[in-house]
Design a protein around this ligand. Structure first.
Ligand code: FUB
Length: 347
C-alpha cells in the first residue's frame, strides 16, 4: 500500500511569505498555513535532514473512544511523516510510518514522538501504554526518514511517562520526556514509581520534565534521568500552582550560545520557554512562545532552516474545536537580540 501523498498548496508559499512579512515583536500563528487540510496530524516534531524539513506527527482520527478520563480519547494508532519543501509550495505526507500493532509491547495510545538521525539511521522515540496501562517510551529504527520504522521488542529501560524529544548537542544526544495527568509523570519520584501518584500541592516545587543522555547505540539511556528544573527570576524552582510551570511537550533547541527549553503548560494552554547554558539546565523562565490555540492541547517544535527559525504547532480549528482532532501548522519564530523569543498569537 502506498501511504505517500503529495499535497500541493496553491496558496502563497508560506515560508517565503513568512520571511517577507517577518515582524520583530509579535505575530499571529492563527493564520499560519496547515501542512494538510484533508487529514489530521498533531504533535509535530520538526527536524532538518539533508536540506529538507521533516515533520513527525501523531495521526489523529475519529476514534469511537469518547472517554476523556486521563486523555483516553487521544487514541492514536500510527505516526505520520511530512517533508516540507524549502519554499513551502509542496508538502509530502507519508502515513503509517509506524503502526500500534507493529509494537510488540504496546497496547494503546501512540502519543507525541520525535526522531533523531545518527550515522544514516533514523531513531523514532515514542510513548505508548503497555498492557498494564502504563506509559513507556519505545524506540523504532529505519534507514529512511519516512520509515517504515521497526520497533524494538521492549520499551527503553528506565523510561516512563510521555512526549520524548531528542536534542543533539556537540555529538551527544539527549532524551527529554514527561507529561502530567494523563501523561502519568506524577506517578514517579526519583525515577521510581509511587504507590499512589500525586501532583505536588500549591507552594511545593512543580514537577519537572526529565532528561538523560542516550547511549551510543541510541536505544538505551546512558544515565539515570534528571529533572529539568525551571527557575523563576529569583532563582527559585517554579511552584506547582504557577501558570507557567511545565506540563508536557518538552522541546530543546540552541540559538547562539543559549539553550532553550520550551514546553506546554497544559492546564493553562500556553507554550512557554526558559533559557540555560547547557542541555540539563537549570533553566530560567523567560516567557511565552505561543498563546492558547483552538483546542485543549498545545504542542510544538522549533527548528532552524536556511538561517530562519520556525515554530511547528497544532490546533483544533479545522475540526471545529474537537480537541482530539488536530492539524499541524507552522510560522516563523523570531529570537530577539536579548535572547527572548517574540510571542506568537495562537488564534
Ligand atoms: O497527542 C497526545 C498528547 O496530547 C501529546 O502527547 C501531548 O503532548 C498532547 O499534545
Amino acid at each position: 500500500m502506498n501511504n505517500t501523498r503529495t499535497i500541493r498548496r496553491l496558496a502563497a508559499m508560506p515560508l517565503l511569505f513568512c520571511a517577507l512579512s517577518m515582524p520583530v515583536f509579535a505575530q499571529s500563528g492563527g493564520d499560519s498555513p496547515y501542512l494538510d487540510t484533508a487529514d489530521f496530524a498533531a504533535d509535530p516534531a520538526a527536524h532538518v535532514f539533508d536540506g529538507k524539513i521533516h515533520v513527525y506527527c501523531t495521526r489523529d482520527w475519529a476514534s469511537p473512544i469518547t472517554d476523556h478520563t486521563d486523555g483516553n480519547h487521544y487514541d492514536m494508532r500510527e505516526y505520520s511523516h511530512f517533508t516540507v519543501d524549502p519554499l513551502g509550495s509542496e508538502v509530502v505526507r507519508t502515513d503509517s510510518i509506524l503502526l500500534l500493532e507493529q509494537v510488540p509491547w504496546a497496547a494503546r495510545q501512540l502519543w507525541a514522538c520525535d526522531v533523531a538521525r545518527k550515522e544514516d539511521r533514523y531513531y523514532l522515540y515514542f510513548p505508548a501504554k503497555d498492557r498494564a496501562g502504563v506509559f513507556r517510551i519505545g524506540v523504532a529504527t529505519s534507514e529512511c526518514p519516512e520509515g517504515p520504522f521497526i520497533a524494538d521488542p521492549e520499551p527503553m529501560a528506565g523510561t516512563y511517562s510521555i512526549d520524548p524529544a531528542v536534542f543533539e548537542d556537540c555529538g551527544a544526544f539527549y532524551l527529554c520526556f514527561g507529561g502530567l495527568q494523563g501523561g502519568q509523570l506524577q506517578n514517579y519520584r526519583n525515577n521510581k514509581p509511587l504507590k499512589k501518584g500525586r501532583i505536588p500541592a500549591a507552594g511545593r516545587p512543580a514537577l519537572c520534565a526529565r532528561i538523560a543522555r542516550l547511549s551510543d547505540d541510541m536505544r538505551s539511556l546512558a544515565e539515570a534521568p534528571r529533572p529539568v528544573v525551571v527557575l523563576d527570576a529569583q532563582g527559585k524552582p517554579l511552584k506547582a500552582e504557577d501558570p507557567h510551570r511545565f506540563f508536557e511537550a518538552a522541546w530543546l533547541h540552541k540559538h547562539g550560545d543559549i539553550y532553550y527549553f520550551s514546553y506546554s503548560t497544559g492546564t493553562t494552554h500556553t507554550i512557554c520557554y526558559a533559557t540555560g547554558d547547557n542541555p540539563y539546565g537549570p533553566f530560567t523562565y523567560r516567557g511565552i512562545v505561543l498563546t492558547p490555540v483552538v483546542g485543549w492541547t498545545t504542542h510544538h517544535s522549533i527548528c532552524e532552516f536556511g538561517g530562519r527559525w520556525y515554530l511547528f504547532f497544532h490546533d483544533a480549528a479545522l475540526s471545529g474545536g474537537v480537541s482530539s482532532l488536530r492539524s499541524t501548522k507552522y510560522c516563523e519564530l523570531v529570537h530577539n537580540p536579548d535572547g527572548t523569543i517574540a510571542t506568537i498569537q495562537g488564534k
